[in-house]
Design a protein around this ligand. Structure first.
Ligand code: CTP
Ligand code: CA
Length: 224
């Protein structure tokens, strides 16, 4: 190790992450979103920084403290998140898509607060698909090592494997979000890391500890 060079499993590496939910505006006062807390992504950002990486965290709306040494870019919608990721992609070694990106957004955002009509009992909102941030990163020429998360409530491993292949990424972290004590909006997590060549189970632990274990796995996968 040269003088001035930082130590750690990811010393000299650049890591870009997404975390948290996105908010998709319906009108000036309403939005569509989900229960993501952002904790897993923030824990991963902290773990990567601790291992000496230069970390950029693109975060959806969540009230979490920015981990030490991490550059944070705050965004609201999936389209904002997509733009911020693309703007920060050059020179990254690793991309980790941990955000719970809204798959669809309202087709039109009302300029004024939507008013209900007299006797109105139903309403419909048309939605249009958002860009798949992870898949677009993986498709770039000279793409970084790409890691995705798969939030599933059934057929967890099978659906995660399908996402690994369809998005063209190197590693997918499968999360069973049907269990109340792990995953979404919880302090703890239990995950299955799936690559083309190996499957590894990480049993229930704090998100901080799971993040440390996943960063160790990612750094070893990066070397092979
Ligand atoms: N993802 C993304 N952009 C989107 C949707 C998802 O970057 N528009 C990323 C997530 O950050 C995650 C991975 O893709 O790393 C998988 O997200 P998930 O919601 O589990 O899967 P989808 O591909 O959206 O499929 P579905 O929700 O239908 O299961
Ligand atoms: Ca989705």
């Amino acid at each position: 190790q040269e003088a001035g060079e930082s130590a750690g499993l990811l010393a000299g590496k650049r890591v870009l992450l997404t975390a948290g939910p996105t908010r998709e505006a319906i009108d000036p006062v309403r939005y569509l979103s989900n229960h993501s807390s952002g904790k897993m992504g923030f824990a991963l950002a902290a773990a990567a920084a601790k291992e000496g990486a230069d970390v950029t965290l693109v975060a959806g709306p969540c009230e979490l403290t920015t981990p030490a040494g991490v550059t944070r870019v705050d965004v609201v919608s999936a389209q904002d998140m997509h733009s911020a990721v693309m703007a920060n992609l050059a020179g990254q070694d690793i991309f980790i898509g941990c955000a719970a990106v809204a798959d669809f957004r309202p087709m039109n955002i009302a300029e004024q607060k939507m008013k209900k009509q007299d006797n109105q009992n139903e309403m419909q909102i048309s939605l249009i698909k958002n860009p798949d941030i992870l898949a677009s990163v993986a498709q770039q020429e000279g793409a970084p090592f790409c890691v995705g998360f798969a939030a599933e409530t059934e057929n967890v491993e099978a659906y995660a494997r399908k996402k690994l292949a369809q998005k063209g990424i190197q590693l997918i972290i499968a999360n069973d979000v049907s269990q109340a004590d792990v995953g979404f909006n919880s302090e703890n997590n239990a995950v299955i890391a799936i690559s083309a060549s190996a499957t590894q189970h990480f049993t229930i632990n704090s998100k901080t500890e799971i993040a440390n274990q996943l960063i160790a796995l990612i750094s070893s996968e990066l070397k092979t």
